[in-house]
Design a protein around this ligand. Structure first.
Ligand code: AMP
Length: 212
């Protein structure tokens, strides 16, 4: 099964993708993670995307389509596309790539969340520097002993673009460029919408229900 997790920044796509990886053995393909890795390791591409990402704008379709092509060209299945596609051109490209590699896209899970919740989730979030476990200062704080509950790691990171100004740009990019994908996948009969506002476990159950 190959699926897309679709939703604005802070909707919980990364958190839910991690559950699907753990419980169903799926493979998470997060273009945001791939771009941050390129930026941190200082590759040419990383240098090109750094400013765009810091502002909260979208990097070019060509770059992200290239990243995804590399990942799925080797075959395999059980992909969770997290943060991709974000434009109609990316969605068309993904359709073509899947057809080329003999795969199908089974479902697009739209995670619906209010903007106010997004702002408070994003400005409160951090992740374990070792395993990527996601924390939230209010709803899921870093354990009092300062150790990640999943791997015991002691370094935690906040994303440079998780600030109010960049978030405004990221939300606008979502509404202008990404939200048309809701109609696109609805028309293809692939869209399943879940309430992303509830507790993490309730959202997890809703996604499991949508996937059957
Ligand atoms: P994310 O981790 O998904 O929130 O992505 C972080 C940033 O990476 C975004 O704000 C964009 O600048 C860039 N990015 C990630 N995925 C894409 C994509 N599919 N298309 C364009 N830009 C992307």
């Amino acid at each position: 099964m190959n699926i897309i997790l679709l939703g604005p920044p802070g909707a919980g796509k990364g958190t839910q993708a991690r559950f699907l990886v753990e419980e169903r053995g799926m493979t998470q393909l997060s273009t945001g993670d791939m771009l941050r890795e390129a930026k941190d390791s200082g590759t040419e591409m990383g240098k090109i995307v750094a400013d765009v990402m810091a502002r909260g704008d979208l990097v070019t379709d060509e770059i992200v389509i290239g990243l995804i092509r590399e990942k799925i060209a080797g075959g395999g299945s059980g992909f969770i596309f997290d943060g991709f596609p974000r434009t109609l051109a990316q969605a068309d490209a993904l359709g073509a790539l899947m057809a080329e590699t003999g795969q199908t896209l089974d479902a697009v899970i739209e995670m619906q969340v209010d903007d106010e919740v997004l702002v408070s989730r994003i400005t409160a979030r951090s992740t374990c520097g070792d395993c990527g476990e996601v924390y939230n200062d209010i709803t899921k704080p870093i354990p009092a002993d300062g150790k990640c509950s999943t791997c015991g790691g002691t370094t935690f990171k906040r994303r440079a673009d998780d600030n109010a100004e960049s978030l405004r740009t990221r939300l606008m990019a979502y509404y202008k460029q990404t939200s048309p994908l809701i109609g696109y996948y609805h028309a293809k009969g692939k869209l399943k919408s879940v309430d992303g506002l509830g507790e993490i476990d309730a959202v997890k159950a809703a996604i499991a229900g949508a996937l059957g």
